[in-house]
Design a protein around this ligand. Structure first.
Ligand code: AMP
Length: 191
């Protein structure tokens, strides 16, 4: 199996690059943000809880998020060549849980691809996406909160995964295909 985390700030291009990775490597894509947005759309109980956090730019509590991921893995990951985790983990406890969830399924995490993009560009991209797709949390107030949350709670994962030798930084600015080539080179060099 090839299990990858696509890591980066909101607006760093995780969704765009995931779509290309799925095509090239035949991996299964799990975006926790998409899972939650789907619950909101279907107006489930979980969707109601998730909406209150997402609208505020806050993270869903770890215990809840980890149990959701466990369920999604159980339903979707069996027999797959590997999984791209997009938007998970976002905290150190989530990273520890991911190791355990993969371990109990007899597999491991192979690499963490970190898309590195300067802050001004992140804001610009999210505002554009908000205009183009109507995504509710892509408005300037929520974007600012999401970036704060990223700096405080998620960015420490960069050091966490660097220490395990799994972090693979990629320049996430410029042409989408060039960024994808850089990611592919890194993946193809994994042993
Ligand atoms: P995303 O589509 O990955 O940008 O996620 C959108 C929103 O969903 C985030 O701002 C969080 O409120 C919530 N979310 C997604 N993934 C997670 C996660 N791993 N942990 C906690 N909250 C999450």
């Amino acid at each position: 199996m090839l299990n990858l985390v696509l890591f980066g700030a909101p607006g760093s291009g995780k969704g765009t690059q995931s779509a290309k990775l799925i095509d090239k490597y035949g991996l299964h894509h799990i975006s926790t943000g998409e899972v939650l947005r789907d619950h909101i759309k279907r107006e489930t109980e979980l969707g109601k809880i998730a909406k209150s956090y997402i609208d505020n730019g806050q993270l869903i509590p770890d215990d809840l998020m980890i149990s959701i991921l466990d369920e999604v893995l159980e339903k979707e990951a069996k027999g797959k060549k590997g999984v791209i985790f997009d938007g998970f983990p976002r905290t150190i406890p989530q990273a520890e849980a991911l190791k355990e969830l993969l371990g109990k399924r007899g597999t491991d995490l192979h690499a963490v691809v970190g898309l590195e993009v300067p802050e001004e560009e992140l804001v610009e991209r999210m505002l554009n996406r908000g205009r183009e797709t109507g995504r509710a949390d892509d408005n300037i107030d929520t974007i600012k909160k999401r970036l704060d949350v990223y700096h405080n709670q998620t960015s420490p994962l960069r050091d966490y995964y660097t220490a395990t030798g799994k972090y693979m930084p990629v320049n996430g600015t410029g042409n989408v295909d060039d960024i994808f080539s850089a990611i592919s080179e890194g993946i193809d060099a994994l042993d």
